[in-house]
Design a protein around this ligand. Structure first.
Ligand code: CTP
Length: 408
């Protein structure tokens, strides 16, 4: 999955011949799963039509502050557009537009939006080779980069003038690759390895029956997706569930029993930076598994159970560099029981679910959690979708690493 997936991209098109390539550029953004809004300078409309770009972006194209021919015209809000965007890209960026950006010469919607944008801004210059080398252009590039904007260098080749040299706007495919690489390199969990457990476990009674629970696995899967989006390399060890991973970078290991989950976790735990145990692991399993299907011979049936290995507790015992997060599902004395689990299992953080809270627990799309850290700081959270709870959990992981970097 592209790092651009779900990103809101504001594309500013200025008036150079390379503007015709923005049709492909918009298509590639959409293909990568981004949402696109386009702002065109008046001059750029001579090179590509707003209809082309609105059709491809599936959004109206913005060009002027308001439509002078329409008496009921609405004001095109550059501040809103600037705040909407996750990234802004000016492509092609002509010498004129770059100079205006560098000097705050705000005479069109594109520049007003650029000045309002709080997101990262990229620019892909497009001009003739002598213009590209001119000290005035170089001064714009330098100033803009000093402002924190990111330049996507022009490429060499045949130019519209018939001359050949540096100045051609980077090809749309190369612009997309540049953006993806740059965004990936800035992801907060890049380089971190995260192990996550999810789902129920099934403990065999005989060849056709098992002891299981109602866990859907959704919480663990959502955590895995979020961790992968944030750049982590993720291993998801899941008990039986119908869910599948969306992000292909997630390494999904499917297991059935608590012992298989235990073995898979232990195989990988030493090398991970973070472990998050969200699985609803069976606490007990049948002591003996019948080789043949048990017949209903007697009026009652006694199945002797024995404890499973507590995976989380065993990881807590072995803990070195790992940031270890456990879950606790409680029905009474929630906070006190969760605190005991932090100590007993040597956790850094526990995510407490109380079944007394509406919207929390198994089989739901929402969750209501309370964070408790190893210093027993209790932080109740609002009822949220499991996707947003996953985001909150990953924020805790990110702030752990930010704090460790600060204290180094
Ligand atoms: N857990 C585990 N291995 C087990 C049992 C639980 O890794 N055999 C993990 C769960 O994934 C969860 C945490 O331990 O992160 C707490 O699970 P929970 O069921 O709330 O608590 P238990 O430790 O099983 O204790 P109890 O059922 O007595 O409350």
């Amino acid at each position: 999955m592209s790092v651009l997936s779900g990103k809101k991209v504001l594309l500013g098109v200025s008036g150079g011949i390379a503007a015709y390539k923005t049709a492909s550029l918009v298509r590639l953004f959409i293909k990568a799963g981004a949402q696109v809004q386009v702002i065109m300078t008046p001059a750029s409309k001579d090179f590509v039509t707003p209809l082309t770009l609105s059709t491809l972006s599936k959004n109206p194209v913005h060009s002027t502050f308001y439509n002078e021919e329409d008496d009921n015209a609405e004001w095109n809000n550059h501040v809103e557009l600037g705040l909407w965007a996750d990234i802004m890209l000016i492509a092609p960026a002509t010498a004129n537009t770059l100079s205006k950006m560098a000097n705050g010469n705000c005479d069109n919607l594109l520049i007003a939006t650029y000045l309002s944008a709080k997101c990262p801004v990229y620019f892909a210059p497009a001009m003739d080779l002598d213009m590209y080398k001119h000290p005035s252009s170089i001064s714009s590039f330098t100033l803009l980069q000093r402002f924190g904007n990111i330049m996507i260098p022009a490429e060499s080749g045949e130019l519209a003038s018939g001359l050949s040299g540096e100045g051609r706007m980077a090809e749309p495919e190369n612009i997309i690759t540049f953006l993806e690489k740059d965004l990936e390199s800035k992801l907060p969990l890049r380089g971190k390895k995260i192990l996550i457990t999810a789902g129920p476990t099934y403990e065999a009674i005989d060849p056709v029956r098992f002891i299981g629970n109602h866990s859907s696995g959704k919480m663990g899967f959502d955590i895995a997706e979020r961790a992968a989006e944030l750049g982590a390399s993720v291993m998801l060890i899941s008990g039986p569930t119908h869910l599948n991973v969306k992000n292909s970078v997630i390494d999904l290991v499917r297991v059935t029993s608590a012992q298989e989950m235990y073995d898979a976790c232990h195989l990988h735990y030493r090398n991970v930076d973070v472990a998050i145990c969200a699985a609803a692991v069976a606490d007990y399993k049948p002591k003996f598994v019948a080789e043949q299907k048990i017949k209903k011979a007697d009026a009652s049936l006694f199945i002797e159970l024995e404890k499973t290995n507590d995976i989380l507790a065993s990881l807590g015992k072995m803990k070195k560099q790992q940031f270890l997060i456990g879950f606790a599902l409680e029905t009474e004395n929630e906070i006190e029981n969760a605190k005991l689990k932090i100590q007993k299992k040597n956790l850094d953080l526990i995510v407490l679910n109380s079944l007394q809270d509406e919207g929390a627990g198994f089989g739901k799309s929402t969750n209501k959690i309370t964070f408790i850290n190893k210093d027993f700081v209790v932080e109740p959270m609002d009822l949220k979708s499991k996707e947003l709870v996953a985001t909150d959990i990953m924020k805790k992981v990110i702030s752990f690493y930010e704090m460790s970097t600060k204290s180094e």
